[in-house]
Write a protein that binds this ligand. Structure first.
Ligand code: ATP
Ligand code: MG
Length: 353
């Protein structure tokens, strides 16, 4: 059987390089291979509201920004159904039934949620919706029969939660015909791409942490951000030996550099191993390495930025596509929702004689 793919992003800001290597690259690969049954990308506005309840405008305005980022990165709306979460009410009905299958303490043990609670200062008072978002996300995934979720490492606990809900549903309701598929995460092959660090070297690159290079950043901003990236604080003089571990510039080179980049931009070295060895020995300055990285990132982002400029003149068409696709997604989700309710015994129509 062919795969059903679903993935998504919160409209809390523009997409960044972490999204690109963590999820978008795999989405493009799957899209271009074309061997799937269905492919959905969800803009998770309702999930974004769980920690932005008083910033509705921010979430609303970022829906189009995220959609433009997808299209400019190469996602093809003819091949992929891009939809808006809040326009698919079936997801929230499904969430309600799932909430009865998950305990509060289970949600509090979710390691991604634990980190995010700290990051957002929610320790004293956690919005219920925020704590519950892994359950809601399970509904997003399960409502479409999803088998594959291309995502970064922070999503593994969410996928585990979704699989636990399937097991608990099966145990509680013993469905005669299976309702849900067991979804699996598709992580990037290279470990650095599963959780790309932010420019500050502290936490993962994230919209909420303000430590990101965005796909829409202009040439000057990209260069400024790269020149300010965290390296090795003990590498003071060019002649000093430098550390690679925890050095963000080398982390980004691990994620983005290919051998062909050396030929084009830094022909004195054959590959990244040679460059790293020189840095570790001493005699290679941060500026040279940063300028090399800058060339690589500029080459990647320039065509995306050009496409964005074109798409900005077609905003209405993009909204129309999103609204139509959301209707289609709603119809499709209603099939599994209604099967689910039947298997639970919530088949009230059968009461009519
Ligand atoms: P927010 O700070 O609002 O949570 P975010 O930057 O974490 O935003 P999300 O919309 O939560 O972005 O994540 C969307 C997808 O991108 C998920 O699959 C997530 O795993 C992936 N992703 C986000 N940041 C990174 C990163 N730094 N490295 C790899 N993948 C990432
Ligand atoms: Mg996130």
């Amino acid at each position: 059987m062919k795969d059903i793919i679903l993935t998504g992003d919160r409209p809390t800001g523009n997409l960044h390089l972490g999204h690109y290597v963590g999820s978008i690259k795999n989405r493009l690969k799957l899209q271009n291979e074309g061997s799937y049954e269905k492919f959905y990308i969800m803009i998770a506005d309702t999930q974004a509201l769980t920690d932005n309840a008083d910033r509705v405008d921010k979430v609303k305005n970022n829906i189009i920004q995220v959609a433009i980022d997808y299209l400019s990165a190469g996602i093809d709306p003819e091949k992929v159904t891009i939809f808006i979460q809040s326009l698919v009410p079936e997801l929230f009905e499904m969430t309600s039934y799932f909430m009865n299958l998950v305990s509060v303490s289970r949600l509090q043990r979710n390691p991604t949620i634990k980190d995010e609670i700290k990051q957002r200062g929610f320790e004293k008072s956690i919005p219920i919706g925020f704590l519950n978002y892994p359950v809601s996300q399970a509904a997003d995934i399960l409502a479409f029969g999803t088998t594959i979720v291309p995502a970064g490492e922070d999503q593994l606990p969410m996928l585990e939660q979704a699989r636990e809900i399937v097991a608990s549903f099966n145990h509680t309701y013993s469905p005669k015909i299976p309702v849900f598929a067991m979804p699996k995460a598709l992580l990037p092959e290279e470990s650095i791409c599963r959780r790309l660090p932010g420019l500050d070297g502290k936490v993962k690159m994230s919209k909420s942490a303000g430590n990101a290079i965005y796909l829409c950043d202009d040439e000057k901003t990209i260069k400024e951000k790269i020149m300010s990236a965290y390296t090795d604080p003990d590498h003071i003089r060019v002649s000093d030996p430098g550390k690679i571990e925890g050095n963000i510039v080398f982390a980004y080179l691990d994620a983005f550099c290919e051998n062909r980049h050396f030929e084009k931009y830094l022909p004195e070295y054959k590959n990244l191993d040679e460059l790293k060895a020189h840095y570790q020995k001493g005699g290679l300055g941060d500026v040279k390495v940063k300028l090399f990285l800058n060339n690589i990132i500029q080459e990647l982002l320039a065509p995306i930025r050009e496409k964005r400029a074109y798409l900005l003149n077609h905003i209405n068409d993009i909204y129309t596509m999103l609204f139509e696709n959301s209707k289609k997604a709603s119809k499709e989700a209603s099939i599994i929702l209604s099967h689910m309710k039947d298997e639970m015994g919530l088949d009230y129509k059968k009461l009519l004689k």
